[in-house]
Design a protein around this ligand. Structure first.
Ligand code: NAP
Length: 393
């Protein structure tokens, strides 16, 4: 069926999980009245309980449609994809549970959003499903939470403050006081334990992806250093964010003929920086041993995460320093609890953006900035996330 004739504008899959419930709450309180949306998951009783909670926030949710689907049941994923114009999924780790839905959405021409921070998954989905998604007109947008939307959109915002047609250099410095959920821990430990598979998937992608001709768009790992611009220690952050940003730059000439982005964690005090590096290295080493990885995972329960009081105290800032054509600009993106409240807001606003905004007519695997750029930035601004120019020289 043509996407315009589908039953729902948006279906939220994984709605009963930790971030899924927050995203459902956001949609219940922010989706326009005429938005036809539904919650989906593998357990109908849990969906019914969630619907009761949503009805307390918005009485019209008492009749919200429920869709039952399971990642291990391809027929249910096909039905899900064919019922909606946009599907947003929080069912991770995506490398375990994600591919069936990407495939179903590519085939049905349905727009797809997820929260993955797993480069292996994104590269594998590119190789296997990008071409079909292009043919069918489906937009497949991964990493549409704190990983990687504020960074990706923040860099686009910074590029827009700099001259056109010149080489651009941008560094991003991330600070937060937030903590994480069981689902995030499971995904992070899974990704850390799959270094060889991640490298293989990246190589396979390079073999398939057309090379950029006449321009450069890079995101090399920076070196640890003290940043005078931010007054913090800067530690290179090899998350999925720089990869996403390099892809946005490759897709858009506005990023100039030679674009370079480096991504750092910003830490105020040297002992904390050294402790952070030691802790991450220790966890990365431990996750190479499957029994140790299982033990670490068992410490955090799926479906659980920081409570509302903890989330209310959480914040993030990403400072960007951009240079090009003799101009220097300092910008900042900031907001509340990054991993959950802001992630739920980003996923929900991105789903509304794909469903209702006038966006570039492109398809296939896309980044948040390429698919929705300024429209999503404006939505997030209206929803309280700050994008600002701090200084220009
Ligand atoms: N991009 C970002 O910045 C960001 C931020 C936060 C989280 N995340 C990612 O988002 C994902 C979700 O995190 P979370 O904390 O919400 O995890 P969670 O609470 O464990 O939720 C996982 C969801 O997946 C569902 N699920 C599991 N197996 C399934 C299957 N076979 N079929 C259908 N549904 C299935 C669960 O259903 P039940 O309720 O029935 O168990 C639950 O709804 C993780 O991958 C995490 O890494 C990303």
């Amino acid at each position: 069926m043509e996407p315009s004739k589908r039953n729902y504008d948006i279906v939220l899959f994984g709605a009963t999980g930790f971030v899924g419930s927050l995203t459902a709450q956001y949609l219940a309180t922010h989706a326009p009245d005429d938005c036809r949306w539904a919650i989906a998951g593998r357990n109908r009783t849990k969906l019914e309980r969630l619907r009761e909670r949503l009805a307390e926030l918005n009485p019209s949710c008492a009749t919200l449609p429920l869709v039952t689907a399971d990642s291990t049941d391809p027929a249910s994923l096909r039905t899900l994809a064919e019922s909606a114009r946009v599907v947003a999924t929080t069912v991770g780790p995506y490398v375990w549970y994600g591919e069936g839905l990407v495939e179903a959405c590519a085939e049905a021409g349905t727009d797809y959003l997820d929260l993955t921070g797993e480069p292996e998954f994104v590269d594998t989905m590119y190789v296997r499903h990008d071409a079909r998604a292009r043919e069918r007109g489906a937009r497949l947008v991964h990493a549409c939470g704190f990983d990687s939307a504020p960074h990706d959109l923040g860099v686009l915002f910074t590029v827009q403050q700099l001259p056109t047609g010149v080489p651009l250099r941008i560094d991003g410095f991330v600070r937060t006081n937030a903590t994480f959920s069981g689902g995030t821990l499971a995904s992070a430990l899974t990704a850390l334990g799959r270094g060889a598979q991640t490298a293989r998937a990246a190589k396979e992608r390079r073999l398939h992806e057309p090379r950029l001709v006449g321009r450069r768009a890079r995101a090399p790992l920076g070196a640890p250093h003290f940043s005078k611009e931010t007054g913090t220690w800067a530690l290179p952050m090899p998350t999925i964010d720089p990869q996403v940003i390099a892809r946005s730059a490759a897709a858009d000439e506005r990023y100039g003929p030679d674009f370079r982005y480096r991504h750092f964690a910003a830490v105020k005090h040297l002992p904390v920086a050294i402790g952070g590096v030691a802790a991450v290295s220790a966890v990365a080493a431990v996750t190479q041993l499957p029994p140790a990885r299982e033990w670490l995972m068992s410490r955090y329960e799926a479906g659980n995460g920081p409570d509302e009081a903890r989330r209310r105290r959480s914040w993030f800032t990403v400072r960007f320093v951009g240079e090009g054509g003799g101009r220097r600009v300092f910008t900042e993106v900031s907001g509340g609890d990054p991993g959950y409240d802001e992630t739920a807001k980003i996923l929900a606003e991105a789903a509304l953006s794909l469903a209702f905004d006038k966006l570039p007519e492109i398809a296939g695997q896309l980044t948040p900035a390429t698919a929705m750029g300024p429209a999503l930035t404006e939505r997030l601004r209206a929803a309280g996330m700050r994008f600002r120019v701090a200084d220009t020289r």
